[in-house]
Design a protein around this ligand. Structure first.
Ligand SMILES: [Cu+2]
Length: 259
């Protein structure tokens, strides 16, 4: 390959890498962030993209180069390629560099996960039960059960204990960057503190049956005073009944399931 071609290829590769990184940073993948501590999850994503996009460009670039450079010279060209032996130096380089990157990203993600999962003072516990095809909620400290809309106060740490009554579901709040599976017989946990009022989607992120796409709900983050009023409206003889088909939480008071 001519030196001028090689320089041109390197310039194209750098430009494509820079363009893709700029696009992935500029694009709003998950919507506005509603929990400060989850911002570090965005940072993990960014570093993952910075680490993986150059490899994507290098690998696709080499494939494209080989397709063009070593293509057959007409239909009757059945010559074998030149035999060659491996290069120890290249094998060391392509083993050591990715190992360092993967271990560093793993340690960083571990630190962030530790921060996100840390126990907070004054947590509001919410039991989440997934079922085909709805999310049901119970606030054991307040004696309130609901389904569909999840209403929470702003700036209060939330602690979710989650399970399922049938197949595996996945409780996903894109704006909080949090997603965790729920499974019958297991209790899984999530924590975050919403710092923005508004209405945000909750979806099931696990293909859980024919009605999977309808397994959606909303997270409504409200001011603490409004939350107090909402809790009061959910109690007493005139309180609306939860609409979910199965509103009995299989979670015992200790948070452990009976199975
Ligand atoms: Cu589901």
């Amino acid at each position: 390959m001519k030196a001028s071609h090689r320089i041109f290829g390197i310039i194209i590769a750098i430009a494509v890498t820079a363009g893709l990184i700029a696009f992935t940073f500029a694009y709003d993948w998950f919507g506005p962030l509603i929990a400060e501590e989850s911002g570090n999850i965005d940072n993990v994503y960014r570093w993952l993209l910075v680490a993986s996009i150059p490899f994507f460009v290098i690998i696709v670039g080499i494939i494209a180069f080989c397709i063009l450079e070593f293509r057959a010279d007409g239909d009757d060209d059945d010559r074998d390629g030149e035999p060659f032996h491996g290069s120890t130096r290249i094998e060391i380089v392509w083993t050591v560099i990715p190992t360092i990157i993967v271990v560093a990203l793993g340690i960083y993600a571990w630190i962030v996960l530790d921060q996100v999962e840390a126990k907070q003072p004054n947590e509001l516990t919410i039991n989440v039960v997934g079922q085909q095809f709805a999310w049901n909620y119970e606030y054991p400290q307040l004696g309130v059960k609901t389904s569909g809309d999840l209403v929470v106060p702003k700036n209060r740490p939330l602690y979710f204990e989650m399970t399922s009554v049938d197949v595996i579901h996945s409780f996903y709040i894109p704006n909080a960057r949090l997603k965790r599976d729920t499974a019958d017989g297991f209790t899984t946990r999530l924590r975050f503190t919403p710092d923005t009022t508004g209405t945000f989607p909750i979806v099931c992120a696990e293909l859980c049956g024919i009605g999977h796409t309808t397994m959606r709900g909303t997270l409504r983050v409200v001011e603490p005073s409004e939350f107090t009023k909402w809790v009061a409206s959910r109690k007493g003889p005139n309180a609306p009944k939860p609409t979910g088909a199965n509103t009995i939480s299989p979670l015992s008071p200790t948070g452990e399931t009976g199975k």
